[in-house]
Write a protein of this length. Structure first.
Length: 400
């Protein structure tokens, strides 16, 4: 499955940062990570730091799949609003899921600082905006629910949005707990640091067969090389649906565009991430080179060819939406691309063990919080492998 089309902004901006050798000799390890995007990078860093002997393989060049296509907005808000998630999984569980995403942003900030990563991490305000007047009641209910559970939020009415951000909208929840990052570069920075600590990475490696044993698993690659491992962690994102026996996610195609650089991008716009109550929702952020990234227009995923044919029309639609929201912004599209993502029934990821895959774990950060969910997955799976309590896994289990 192709997970992106054309060339996404981050890949064009950064180029192919690092390549790794393919695998030509058999090896053994404690943990084999399958997938070298941002999820695999965070997982490898966590497990290497815990003392495991880790090998990571990817069927492509690492981080050139969904990670390169991501707009990488870091928010604690889950695709399912908190006041809707509470009746689905219970108040305590819902609040814990939101708090974990909030904590994950701070963890990423600490990693960026510790690695001296040049991945453009910047703290931002998040604006969750009512797309139409009819959505204001829904958004106010969400605002009250978050505030009642200790999340620092502010309500902005139409006048405040126009005065502070030049934004033509009904109302919005403003939260200071958000950030943006270049996930593609950050993944490579994590890989580089993990390799210095002993991680072995091999790209362009295909798994053609897999045998589970009482002591672990044996992987056979397309070049007929064996990898013997005690545990496997699948960080394969939306492509995991192809191997799972049950349907856990609805695959969607999403579209994104990057503007031409602005000579003087308003400071107010640079200070926010924006998403709205539409279904599918519009999402928007800026970059460190004064571009505006905007995405949305999601449709059910059928195949890459159909998705790619829509890029031009989706570019026009997204451009019109930005110009309506920001009437004073001279937005000119420069690059457009598409990618694949997935929606779960409750907006939560799938993390942990699956009965059909012995000695294995999955870290599947579906939805708009894939990066923050990946931080949570890396910590929980690390603790599980160390024999420590990982009670939060119950929220993200298969079969829930």
């Amino acid at each position: 499955m192709k997970t992106r089309s054309k060339e996404p902004f981050w890949l064009l901006k950064n180029g192919l940062i690092q390549t790794y050798p393919s695998l030509h000799q058999s090896l053994t390890c404690d943990v084999l990570i399958v997938g070298g995007g941002i999820t695999g990078a965070l997982m490898a860093w966590s497990l290497i730091g815990a003392g495991f002997d880790v090998v990571l393989i990817d069927r492509r060049d690492v981080a050139t799949g969904s990670t390169a296509a991501s707009t990488a907005m870091l928010q604690y808000e889950i695709d399912t609003a908190l006041h809707q998630l509470i009746p689905m999984i219970g108040e305590e569980n819902a609040v814990q899921a939101y708090q974990s995403c909030r904590k994950a942003i701070r963890t990423i900030e600490q990693l960026v600082e510790g690695l001296k990563s040049r991945s453009g991490f910047v703290r931002k305000n998040s604006l969750y905006m009512a797309a139409v007047q009819a959505d204001e009641e829904f958004l106010r209910q969400e605002f009250e629910t978050r505030r009642n559970h200790g999340f620092p939020v502010e309500w902005l009415d139409r006048k405040a949005l126009r005065n502070r951000f030049g934004l033509a909208a009904v109302g919005a929840i403003c939260s200071s707990d958000a950030a943006e990052i270049d996930a593609y570069r950050f993944a490579h920075d994590l890989h580089r640091a993990s390799v210095r600590k002993g991680l072995r990475i091999f790209d362009h490696v295909e798994i053609v067969s897999l045998d589970y044993t009482n002591r672990g698993a044996r992987v056979i690659t397309g070049s007929q090389v064996m990898i013997d491992t005690r545990k496997i962690v699948y960080c394969t994102g939306y492509e995991s649906q192809e191997m799972l026996p049950e349907k856990v996610v609805d695959l969607k195609s999403t579209f994104a565009i990057a503007s031409e650089p602005f000579s003087n991008l308003p400071a107010e716009l640079r200070s926010i991430l924006l998403w709205d109550t539409q279904r599918p929702y519009l999402y928007l952020r800026t970059t460190d080179d004064n571009r505006v990234l905007v995405g949305g227009g999601d449709i059910p995923f059928n195949n890459a060819a159909i998705r790619d044919e829509l890029i031009e029309s989706k570019q026009e639609m997204l451009t019109d939406q930005v110009r309506q929201l920001f009437p004073d912004l001279p937005f000119i599209p420069d690059q457009a691309w598409a990618g694949t993502f997935g929606e779960t029934k409750d907006g939560l990821p799938y993390i942990g063990e699956h009965p059909a895959f012995p000695n294995s774990y999955f870290a599947l950060g579906f939805g708009g919080n894939g990066i923050t969910f990946s931080v949570t997955a890396a910590e929980l799976i690390r603790d599980r492998l160390l024999g420590k309590p990982a009670e939060e896994l119950r929220l993200y289990r298969f079969g829930r």
